[in-house]
Design a protein. Structure first.
Length: 242
């Protein structure tokens, strides 16, 4: 029998025996998950953002987030051995998370999150620059260098604290006088812009590592009206008498 069913029967018997006056479990309310409103970049904002991050130490991280749709933890946990620059793709194998007070590489969020993602040339070029920069950091750090195998590291080779990446992102937005969004909205921006461009939702689902297509469509339901208008216009153009 399912554990929940066993507990329910035990509570009912306790009530019958007078040990409990009422089923307190039935009165308990499960915690509500906080859902943040999605605030993706518009195309113009995305272009301004790409201009603003030029030369920033974390430029490659931001470019990868915007063009690949990876979660922040997936990006910060990305290892060079999981990147194939020649094939222009990467594999999501780990995510960087704080666990028991330490930054650790943990399995991705879901089974679907373990995936391969194709990369546009812009991201590949950024990764090549990051590799060169990391070599310079290693030489400057000397014996203080800590080899982690990660793509995105501090000047000493250690993992980047997610909170620090978020703070740097916020400061950059402020300096560029761009609308403040969450780091996670770079992922939402990637998905939204792809859908608006007519990329199949199934492809977007695979890129983001969603468990089901319904998750993708429910998350980006704000895009549906534009997609429906575009579909209606295309159908009319196809069937309009010449």
């Amino acid at each position: 029998m399912h554990l929940r069913g066993i507990l329910r029967r035990a509570l009912n018997w306790a009530i019958r025996l007078g040990l409990l006056s009422r089923n307190v479990a039935a009165l308990a309310r499960p915690p509500r998950l906080e859902r943040h409103e999605i605030e993706p970049f518009t195309p113009d904002e995305a272009r301004s953002f790409l201009t603003a991050i030029e030369g920033d130490r974390l430029e490659g991280l931001y470019i990868a987030a915007l063009f690949s749709g990876l979660r922040q933890g997936e990006l910060l946990g990305l290892r060079w051995q999981d990147v194939d620059l020649e094939a222009q793709e990467l594999r999501v194998v780990h995510a960087l998370q704080r666990f028991d007070g330490k930054l650790r590489l943990v399995p991705p969020k879901t089974a679907r999150s373990r995936r391969s993602v194709s990369l546009p040339p812009l991201v590949v070029d950024a990764l090549r620059r990051d590799k060169a920069r990391q070599l310079e950091d290693r030489l400057l750090a000397g014996s203080r260098w800590v080899e982690s195998g990660l793509v995105y590291t501090t000047r000493w080779g250690t993992p980047i604290e997610p909170r620090d990446a978020t703070r740097s992102f916020k400061r950059l937005l402020a300096r560029a006088q761009l609308r403040e969004i969450r780091f996670h909205d770079l992922r939402h921006s990637c998905a939204t812009l792809l859908l608006v461009q007519g990329v199949a939702p199934r492809v977007v689902m695979e890129m983001l590592g969603h468990s089901q297509i319904s998750v993708t469509m429910n998350t980006y339901s704000h895009v549906l009206p534009a997609l429906q208008r575009d579909a209606a216009q295309r159908l009319e153009a196809l069937l309009r008498p010449s």
